[in-house]
Design a protein. Structure first.
Length: 38
């Protein structure tokens, strides 16, 4: 597992997740709930 992006911005998280899924790349968002709280 490789960390590609580190951010607390929920918009960037969802955008990057969407790009990766559209490209057929499996991804995992770690601590998604914590990033929303910050």
């Amino acid at each position: 597992m490789i960390e590609l992006v580190r951010t607390n911005d929920a918009v960037i998280i969802s955008f990057v997740e969407s790009l990766m899924r559209d490209a057929g790349i499996a991804c995992f968002v770690a601590d998604q709930n914590m990033s929303i709280l910050e």
